[in-house]
Design a protein around this ligand. Structure first.
Ligand code: C5P
Length: 275
């Protein structure tokens, strides 16, 4: 039985560059892994079995863990099956990449439990077939991602920062937020100064805030409230609905929210992430 940490991610900046003919959006985004995460318990087994601590998460073939196992078998031709138990801590529909991280962690684990038939580069390339955010997790934990998100360039770890993640009780659907994107007002600068941003020089930004706040106006009110309570920056996580807050160690004191303290994390090339 292998126990692996499956981290969440935030986007330190996210620029929507263009709408593509295939319906996806061309991005320029700086992804960062954080130490808020799930745990994946996995072993080879005569059949595939997936269980999860969160009963609201489907454990059928639609779960990205199941898709990752099927992808691993299809690509390698190795007919191993796996028993997986997911210990969930990352909230769903939050823009934190929880499902994507679970898929990447599953591919890493299947490969390890099968004697490492694939390279990390192969796992990364294959993973883009089941989700745009999955390839990022095979990076160092800090990466500039372009294309749909699947063109990943690992970067040096930025200055370590601790953040507060704030998740309202409602979630947001990624396709719905993207469907509200109007590219015109954005795309002013798709190459922000990476070195400045990695050095911790804010401001970060996220072009998905406009469509997410349009879909859920109460999220803009929450961001305003958090800024007024003293955080240097408050930014939407991916397509939402979670926000991350920087610049104060003080826990957000607003009722009705789930809050998580987290730090930036990175991994060295030979090992998976650990908390
Ligand atoms: O690739 P993934 O299945 O995670 O994407 C979910 C949805 O998010 C897509 O169907 C699309 O509506 C939207 N999306 C997008 N542009 C991206 C990534 C995702 O429009 N770069």
């Amino acid at each position: 039985m292998l126990k692996l940490f499956s981290p969440a991610k935030i986007n330190l900046f996210l620029r929507v560059v263009a709408k593509r003919p295939d319906g996806y959006h061309e991005l320029s985004s700086l992804f960062q892994a954080i130490d808020l995460g799930d745990f994946l318990h996995i072993a080879t087994h005569p059949t595939d079995i997936l269980t999860c601590t969160d009963s609201s998460i489907p454990t059928d073939g639609s779960n990205l863990v199941s898709k990752a196992i099927a992808l691993f078998r299809r690509k390698t031709g190795i007919q191993n099956h796996f028993k997986v138990h997911l210990d969930k801590h990352i909230p769903a529909q939050a823009g934190l990449g929880g499902g994507s991280g679970n898929a990447a962690t599953t591919l890493w684990a299947c490969n390890q439990l099968s004697g490492n038939p694939a390279t990390v580069e192969q796992l990364q390339a294959w993973s883009s077939e089941i989700g745009s955010d999955i390839p990022f997790f095979f990076s160092s934990g800090t990466a500039h991602c372009q294309g749909r998100g699947e063109k990943v360039t690992s970067l040096a770890a930025p200055r370590k920062r601790s953040i507060w993640i704030v998740k309202p009780s409602f979630g947001l659907s990624t396709p719905e937020v993207y469907s509200r994107v109007r590219v015109k007002p954005y795309s002013q600068n798709n190459k922000p100064d990476l070195q400045e941003i990695l050095g911790g020089h804010v401001p970060y930004f996220n072009d998905l805030e406009i469509p997410a706040f349009e879909a859920a106006p109460q999220l803009l009110a929450l961001k305003t409230q958090l800024i007024q309570s003293g955080y240097e920056q408050v930014l939407l996580c991916g397509s939402g609905s979670a926000l991350f807050c920087l610049g104060s160690e003080q826990a957000p004191a607003i009722s009705g929210l789930s809050t998580f303290h987290a730090q930036f994390i990175n991994r060295d090339p030979a090992h998976w992430y650990s908390q």
